[in-house]
Design a protein around this ligand. Structure first.
Ligand code: AMP
Length: 149
């Protein structure tokens, strides 16, 4: 049985819905941009979390930021992919959630982002919450409770 089966939205917390860290593709601060691009292209994800060497969350990086970082005046300077590191192109201005946050906080967070990272008070990375999971839960709730009022 899933953690959210029969639970009302008001009883669901982010921990019930998140993809746990061990199942999340990530890159590290000092990885070359080439490695990050490889992970993104091979996984099909548009962005992934960036972690430091102690697995603390420091940002996210996506294909657009990588391509912008190597964009010169007239061409993509692809040689920079092996010279530049993830920390030079990542986005550190990201929202974050904690495992105990409510469903509603999660819903608000994914309005503007396809996924939001989950971390503890010391920034240790716990996982991600995706917009897809929030929408699936809303759909389940709608069909479970629509005839019960
Ligand atoms: P989805 O809702 O499954 O389409 O995922 C939306 C976005 O969340 C993806 O494009 C990725 O940026 C991120 N994402 C989803 N699942 C994972 C995962 N297992 N590892 C890393 N990033 C993920």
């Amino acid at each position: 049985m899933s953690a959210t089966q029969d639970k009302k939205l008001t009883d669901i917390v982010i921990d019930d819905l998140m993809i746990p860290s061990e199942k999340v593709a990530h890159v590290q601060l000092n990885n070359p941009l080439e490695h990050a691009l490889l992970i993104l292209v091979k996984s099909g994800y548009s962005a992934v979390p960036v972690l430091d060497s102690s697995y603390k969350l420091v940002g996210t990086i996506g294909k657009t930021r990588i391509l912008n970082a190597v964009l010169g005046l007239e061409r993509f300077e692809t040689e920079k992919l092996s010279e530049m590191r993830v920390h030079e192109a990542m986005n550190t201005d990201i929202p974050r959630l904690s495992r105990s946050d409510s469903f509603m906080n999660g819903l608000k967070a994914v309005i503007n982002y396809p996924f939001v990272c989950v971390a503890d008070e010391e920034d240790y990375f716990d996982g991600i919450l995706t917009r897809r999971v929030i929408l699936k839960q809303l759909k389940r709730d709608y069909f479970t409770f629509k005839d019960s009022t």
